[in-house]
Design a protein around this ligand. Sequence first.
Ligand SMILES: Nc1nc2c(ncn2[C@@H]2O[C@H](COP(=O)(O)OP(=O)(O)OP(=O)(O)O)[C@@H](O)[C@H]2O)c(=O)[nH]1
Ligand SMILES: [Mg+2]
Length: 402
Amino acid sequence: MTTMHPNNPCQAACLTPSTPGGIAVIQVVGINAASLVAPLVETRRPLAPTPAAAERLQFCRVIDHREVVDEGLVAVRSVPTGQCVVDLNVHGGPRVVQRVLLMLKNAGAHIVEPNDLSAHTWPAASPLEREGLLLLQQAATRPVATWLIRAMNQLPAKIEALTHNLLAGDGRQAQSWLRSACEWFPKMRYLLEGIRVTMLGAPNAGKSTLINHLTRRDAAITHPMPGTTRDWTEHHAVVDGLPFSFVDTAGLRQTRDPLEQEAIRRAQQQISPADVVLLLIDRSAPLPPDGPLELFAETQMNAQAPPVLTIWSKSDLPAHPSHGSADAGPPALSISAATGAGLERLGCRIIETLRLAGWQESPGYPFTIRQATCCRQALSALADTTPGLAEAAQCLQTLAKG
Ligand SMILES: Nc1nc2c(ncn2[C@@H]2O[C@H](COP(=O)(O)OP(=O)(O)OP(=O)(O)O)[C@@H](O)[C@H]2O)c(=O)[nH]1
Ligand SMILES: [Mg+2]
């Protein structure tokens, strides 16, 4: 049986990732969502919307032409927008999900992206909250999500206070806040997309061992034989609440082996996409005469060079005399992937280098390109010789309106 409501079509989406998982949540939203889903499931109690507070899950069988497609749980609720929301919790195999979505589509639902549903099911208190809720789905760590929730709650009051000051003829507070906000915004990329750190160094410097330690996984092959890593590989980890991807690369050295030359060329290509490069130097081994540093310097000439942190690895072993005294060279961080010494400081150093120290405590700043553009426009209005206070206030009002 098909339930079509041409004037009030229901929308359906799978809210969980499309990868295989234990459970998938398929949500159907619309005034008639319960009557659209009812013929597709067998339940003990009829599907009827209850206020969200009284929502109860019940066991269901998803039935397609008498065939049991899956067994799951279903809940129906009404939300303040007047819509009915049906949550179907089924098994998370892609085939089950596709089949259920197809059944919903045949029953008259529009299949949409998860974001399109949230406007109905999570009515936001302010346009800024709405933008924040959409972005929340991209927060890969809990501290990033917490930061975002705080920012979207604090920002409206901050904008209102600054607008009030501007309209009262005082632009100083707004100017200083807008400057900090514009400085902050480029860092949102690190919170949402993560920080990319490329490991470089001579063969055997300890790059792969360090990556395994940082990610707490035995992901990369390590071996005393120099030249173990060939293809570059990427490994994810969380440091200080921030998402990181560490890129392991082939050791840099002069070689005639064409295969290794290609591996080194690919390692060098991993410099420019990095946010930070870690240049590992094994102080327990003789200093290579013209190896990694020269090959590294070659790529620095033309690349939009990211910051480089020089790291002395294997600090648990005695330093080789060819390195001279520790005080002679540039200041570097000593670490040992064998004992873990210095690794905590390494994380802090990367975060400081990107000027992210204390990011969790930073106040609510703009978190979307649109908001940051409004801030930049307000700031440039204030930079005029005759300060454009009213213009700046208007930019902030636009920011708050969404
Ligand atoms: N004592 C000590 N040994 C280490 C440390 N880090 C790595 N090693 C050893 O050094 C050797 C080389 O380590 P790898 O991590 O494979 O070195 P790599 O830089 O990835 O080398 P390539 O892949 O060849 O470029 C291995 O035998 C490791 O066990 C350390 O901090 N202390
Ligand atoms: Mg390696």
